[in-house]
Design a binder for this molecule. Structure first.
Ligand SMILES: [Zn+2]
Ligand SMILES: [Zn+2]
Length: 373
């Protein structure tokens, strides 16, 4: 297979600026590197926030896209293997962990045992610099340069590229989030936010045997979808008041309130509500504040008086990506994973893709630079 020489990519020149399509030369592959022919570059809520400059330490101009899947187009001068030890060959369908170079040697990795806070980690499409080698570091591009040491995993044969849409980000985040919570059989669970992450948390609650799963959102299309992924109840914040939601949850849970509330909204306003909704002695697990959506007023006395376990979640580890791929493959007939992709765009429509994701019209928009694969 002859390696392509150039790749077009969608570039965010600076925060809030219109996207531009730029052509890059594809650098020669170093030993251990691979070139990914992007099938789907997922558009994430985080991409919208990054477009608006809401995360510190992000280098612009930026090629967005931290959740890409595709085929191995070329491999550098050394054998590479995936996370299961399979030797990768040209044409293999793969996903990869967007976090690169977690060192397992810095203080945060080694002593604090918090590898998602590794001070040496870099994230494709978020903190990597598109002005420096190897340039093609985001998934909103025809091709991506996967650096040596990137954690790649083959997509199982029974899973399509669309079916793997949750692998890049939403499901690993959800896996990490539920690991940080006391989720188990018989629990009454609430999920604030029915975007891809919240949807996947609800699904994992179902797989783990939760008794009730109530999804809260403002988008009817998103709430409708959650019923196909295990939700037992839905509440629309545009149609109910906080008091009504509290009462509804008391009714659903036999008068006690939910054991666990998960936050996956991207809105600061969700936090005081989550503290209101969770039962006394319950758990509140927060993962949706990855980018800065401002400050809110909270009454700490309420938190203290309710005797809560409040935890937050930052990023994901490779094990969560691995578990995400396996979970999808094992439950492919049980949940409609392919229906997560509600909108598909060409590379030239990258800006429209971001705008669609921002409007919540889509559940998951993808950019398919080579058409549907
Ligand atoms: Zn480290
Ligand atoms: Zn994401």
């Amino acid at each position: 297979m002859k390696m392509p020489r150039t790749s077009r990519a969608a570039v965010v020149p600076e925060p809030n600026a219109p996207l531009v399509i730029k052509e890059f030369e594809i650098p020669e592959l170093r030993p251990g590197a691979a070139l990914l022919k992007v099938a789907n570059g997922g558009v994430c809520g985080t991409d919208v926030h990054l477009w608006h400059g809401k995360l510190a330490g992000v280098p612009y101009p930026l090629i967005l896209g931290h959740e890409a899947v595709g085929r191995i187009e070329a491999i550098g001068d050394r054998e590479i293997r995936d996370l299961d030890g399979n030797v990768l060959t040209l044409g293999d369908r793969v996903a990869f962990h967007d976090v690169h170079d977690t060192c397992y040697a810095c203080w945060n990795c080694l002593i604090a045992k918090a590898p998602t806070k590794c001070t040496n980690r870099k994230v494709y499409g978020i903190t990597m610099d598109s002005t420096k080698w190897p340039y093609l570091i985001g998934g909103h591009s025809e091709y991506m340069y996967l650096l040596p040491g990137t954690h790649i995993i083959k997509i199982p044969d029974n899973v399509s590229f669309d079916g793997a849409a949750a692998v890049g980000c939403a499901l690993p985040t959800a896996v990490h989030t539920v690991h940080r919570s006391p989720l188990g059989w018989g629990k009454n669970v609430v999920v604030q936010g029915a975007g891809p992450v919240g949807l996947m948390i609800g699904m994992l609650a179902k797989i783990n045997g939760a008794a009730t799963i109530t999804m809260i959102d403002q988008a009817p299309n998103r709430l409708e979808m959650t019923k196909k992924f295990g939700a037992t109840h839905t509440l629309n914040i545009r149609e109910t008041t906080l008091e009504e939601r509290k009462q509804e949850l008391l009714d659903i849970t036999g008068g006690h309130g939910p054991d666990i509330v998960y936050e996956a909204t991207g809105s600061a306003l969700a936090i005081p509500e989550g503290i209101e909704l969770v039962r006394e002695g319950g758990a509140y697990t927060i993962c949706g504040q990855y980018t800065d959506s401002g400050t809110v007023e909270i009454n700490p006395h309420l938190m203290n008086r309710k005797h809560l376990d409040i935890r937050t979640v930052w990023g994901s580890e490779t094990t969560h990506v691995y578990q995400a791929v396996k979970t999808i493959a094992q439950n492919y007939d049980r949940f409609p994973f392919e229906s997560l992709v509600t909108h598909r765009f060409t590379l030239d429509e990258a800006q429209k893709a971001l705008e669609t994701q921002e409007s919540h019209a889509s559940l998951k928009a993808v950019i398919s630079p080579h058409g549907k694969q």
